[in-house]
Design a protein around this ligand. Sequence first.
Ligand SMILES: O=C(O)CNC(=O)[C@H](CS)NC(=O)CCC(=O)C(=O)O
Length: 286
Amino acid sequence: MRIAAVQMRSGTRAQPNIDALTGLVTHASEAGARYVLTPEVSLVFAKDSTGLAREAKPFEGNEGIASLSRLAAKLGIHLHLGSLAVALEDGKFANRSVLFGPDGQILAHYDKIHLFDAMLTGLKAYRESDSYRAGDAAVTVPLDPFTLGMSICYDVRFGALYNVLAGAGANLMAVPAAFTVPTGQAHWEVLLRARAIETGAYVIAAAQGGQHESGRATYGHSMIIDPWGRVVAERADDREGVVLADIDLAEVDEARRRIPALANARPFGLKRGSADGARILRKGLA
Ligand SMILES: O=C(O)CNC(=O)[C@H](CS)NC(=O)CCC(=O)C(=O)O
């Protein structure tokens, strides 16, 4: 199955982003992709909470979602909107990922569980939880012959989520993202590859990249990683574009046969450090 990750440089208003996304997704589809993933906040990359409030709409009757549904149906592909900000009743937003089937139906959606509340030295503080409400459920969905595991951006730092997804049958992990440049340089590829290796699953990561209208800069480097942890397709920069790869269920089986880490996982307890070591050593010296 041919899959694609779209790399974008989303701006602060929905319509130009939908236009850019439509071009890139159509290109991926013409190149044979049956599943196409777009980055986190593809439709609106807001500058601040005011911009978010202006552009983000409720899930029901959402025009952005309707246009993506039409696009999926027109191309006859699985189209995975990495995420969009959805206005909730309480004034907060959900950072929500949406999978459309080839007929345009919504097959699944997932709300980002781990919100990016971080203090980057010398940079700035990110407090995603000021505007967003965290999701509380992992989501898998059949994507014949694969099973897709959904996640978003900062989630990639929480390996336990992917273990849960793999335990539920996922063998293709989606990581739409808008990584910062310094953390991208330091951690992006190693985190993605680790998630693939730990779970014996394909990882597809669609990234925002470059200098955005919002004033923020993102790392780019969209990539597709096989279940052995090899980067099989990569965008080496932060420019808009598409990365494509052919994925094969036999590669999942082979990686999990060689290293059955999922099957070999065991429950364990925890002991705090004890004085045993010192006692044994004293005995030995006596
Ligand atoms: O808020 C928006 O408009 C779009 N959302 C994002 O950019 C999110 C939350 S601020 N970014 C991340 O999660 C980056 C994580 C990251 O960079 C890391 O884990 O190092």
